[in-house]
Design a protein around this ligand. Structure first.
Ligand code: COA
Length: 258
């Protein structure tokens, strides 16, 4: 494991931390590979319930390492699965919930990756920018589709076309993030959300996430898909525990479920 990406498991939460502050956490091929390893192995490990992605003090990430980029330009979707694509595929196909804690700079893929997380907090000194057009490049990893879908076209164009820099307030107001905190409260705020998720019934949570990630479809189709999953979960041991806990007026304990 590269020490430029720190991976720590505690309380069912796998924290993946970008740790290259002298280069503003610019992401290299080795860092993407390390982060991809952590996501792929964690998604298969029953002791990992939730992922948390974080950066270092005052910097989430300044995006792709531009030197790395120029030396070995990746061709995403070109078939050879460059590390950046492996990481982003692992992130957007993660079955388990992903919480992000953004403190400071989030640039380029530092914003793009947030679109594939589930719960996002940022410190009130954070800034968000996707300077792709300013660099004569293009949006990446589904952001041209997802960002307008989540935030609306005109609002997304502020980032993806104008290349504006958003502060934490704008990020919250547009719905890019769930909340803002003082820097010193950020990690604990994100961790509380991660702990809450880690305590829930894992199969049920995976089902909710999978449903939320499905592409838009005919609502009758969706109702039928949900109904099938609901019926299956009604027969699950997780539901038996939830129902027993309700009857016994206690908190459910889902810790034995993977
Ligand atoms: N790739 C490679 N190196 C980067 C980097 C990146 N994306 N972002 C920052 N760095 C490096 C700088 O080259 C510098 O290295 P050095 O100390 O060896 O010279 C170091 O990180 C600190 O950056 P610096 O520019 O001195 O800090 P700053 O506080 O003045 O500015 C940024 C910080 C992030 C605003 C500025 O570095 C920047 O604009 N970086 C590029 C961000 C970007 O366009 N990312 C999208 C890529 S698609």
């Amino acid at each position: 494991m590269s020490d430029l990406v720190l991976v720590e498991d505690a309380e069912g939460i796998r924290t993946i931390r970008f740790n290259r502050p002298d280069k503003k956490n610019a992401l290299t091929r080795a860092m993407y590979s390390a982060a991809a390893d952590a996501l792929e192995s964690g998604d298969e490990d029953p002791s990992v319930k939730v992922f948390m992605i974080a950066g270092s003090d005052g910097v989430f990430t300044a995006g792709n390492d531009i030197v790395d980029f120029m030396e070995r330009p990746p061709h995403v979707g070109g078939g050879d699965l460059p590390p950046v694509e492996r990481f982003m595929r692992a992130l957007f196909s993660a079955k388990k919930p992903v919480v992000a804690a953004v403190d400071g700079l989030a640039i380029g893929i530092g914003v793009t990756l947030l679109l594939h997380c589930d719960i996002i907090y940022c410190s009130n000194r954070s800034t968000f920018k996707t300077p792709f057009v300013d660099l004569a490049l293009a949006p990446e990893f589904g952001s041209s589709q997802i960002m307008p879908q989540y935030l609306g076209h005109a609002v997304a164009a502020e980032l993806l076309m104008l290349g504006n820099t958003w502060g934490a307030d704008r990020a919250y107001q547009t719905g890019l993030v769930n909340g803002t905190t003082p820097p010193e409260a950020l990690e604990e705020t994100a961790r509380i959300a991660a702990r809450n998720l880690a305590a829930k019934a894992p199969g049920s949570l995976r089902t909710a996430k999978a449903l939320m990630k499905r592409p838009p479809e005919d609502i009758v189709e969706r109702i039928s898909t949900e109904g099938g999953m609901f019926a299956e979960l009604l027969r699950s041991e997780e539901f038996a525990e939830a129902a027993a806990a309700f009857m016994e007026r206690r908190k459910p304990d889902f810790s034995k479920f993977g």
